[in-house]
Design a protein around this ligand. Structure first.
Ligand code: OAD
Length: 310
């Protein structure tokens, strides 16, 4: 997979330990330590309940369902060399993935809840669906590490192109995007990070600032195989406990990665299961279940009070 580079972990403080590596243990840690700097990392698993497939789940993941494009490798759909030769495939996929057709999930509203409680330092997402915005998490709290459909560029010159022009061109089919290519002097794509492309500078600036000082890291729905994003797990200050909610174990094979044990005291907790039910259980353990349901039911318009210690 795309390995841009890895960074060395920078421990900043002695480890704080969870009494039990469970959602209850994490809730206890949050309340007892008056936590106020939570960093969330999320991947495609947080959006599957909205109807958007993840990438690597066997059978339902995107990479198992690209046969119609006859790609040499599934990941070719996100590589510049293939896009240059055969733009059709990615452009077709773009039309399917364009934001606007999906609602935020309970997992997204849980992150919004952390924001309303005054505890969210940042949400780093690998997702390009912008469902964090749909859930009402302010843009300054979100880092779209792999880009999104907010803006577009010419791949050879990096010149900006109005994303609405690209949308219009794609709606018109091949004639449309060929015309746009001629007008702009090159192929245009949304600013979605392809394998081998640099991540946005905001990712590096804010991850270096946020991870060392967070007091809890919550990781939701990612296989943690794509770097540099996966490496953020290792950059959380050593004093920060880490929680993974995922259908399967992840992030254990990198240096400084998760050490997932069944019993505490320990630094890392793993809740094996669906994100929506895991986030609901964590909200319940924190006494915030009604607030979470109010946000979900109102599609984010409910007023939520801050945590008692903020
Ligand atoms: P993956 O498809 O690799 O991993 C998704 C993870 O979420 C898997 O471990 C699933 O088991 C889990 N999962 C799925 N649905 C879930 C649910 N409802 N509840 C709990 N867990 C669930 O997706 P990412 O890790 O996000 O990059 O993939 C990372 C990057 O690979 C993407 O951003 C994309 C891709 O190539 C680029 O396009 C550059």
């Amino acid at each position: 997979m795309g390995q841009w580079f890895t960074r060395t972990p920078k421990p900043t403080q002695a480890a704080s330990l969870l009494q039990t590596p469970t959602l209850d243990g994490v809730a206890q840690y949050i309340a007892e330590n008056r936590v106020r700097n939570i960093v969330v990392m999320c991947g495609a698993g947080i959006s599957t309940s909205a109807g958007i497939p993840d990438f690597r789940t066997k059978g339902s993941g995107l990479y198992d369902n690209l046969q119609k494009y006859k790609l040499p490798r599934a990941e070719s759909i996100f590589t510049l060399s293939y896009f240059r030769d055969r733009p059709h495939a990615f452009y077709e996929l773009c039309k399917e993935m364009w934001p606007g057709n999906y609602d935020a999930t309970p997992g997204h509203y849980f992150i919004r809840l952390l924001h309303e409680k005054g505890l969210l330092r940042r949400c780093f997402t690998q997702n390009i669906d912008s469902l964090e915005r749909m859930a009402g998490i302010p843009d300054d709290k979100v880092v779209a590490a792999h880009g999104n459909f907010d803006s577009a560029h010419v791949i050879d010159t990096d010149a900006d192109v109005d994303i609405n022009d690209l949308k219009k061109a794609l709606d018109q089919g091949e004639g449309g995007w060929r015309r746009l290519q001629a007008d702009e002097g090159g192929l245009v794509k949304p600013r979605i990070v392809f394998f081998g492309e640099e991540l946005p500078s905001r990712f590096f600036e804010l991850s270096e600032r946020d991870l060392p000082v967070c007091d809890l890291l919550i990781v939701l729905g990612t296989s943690l195989v794509v770097h540099p994003f996966a490496g953020l797990v290792c950059e959380a200050g050593a004093g920060a406990p880490r929680l993974l909610i995922n259908r399967e174990r992840a992030g254990e094979d990198q240096e400084g990665g998760f050490v997932l044990r069944k019993r505490g005291p320990c630094r890392d907790a793993f809740h094996k299961g669906d994100i929506d039910s895991g986030c609901r259980a964590l909200a319940t353990a924190l006494g915030w279940r009604e607030d979470l349901e109010a946000l979900i039911d109102s599609k984010g318009t409910a007023r939520i009070s801050r945590a008692a210690w903020i």
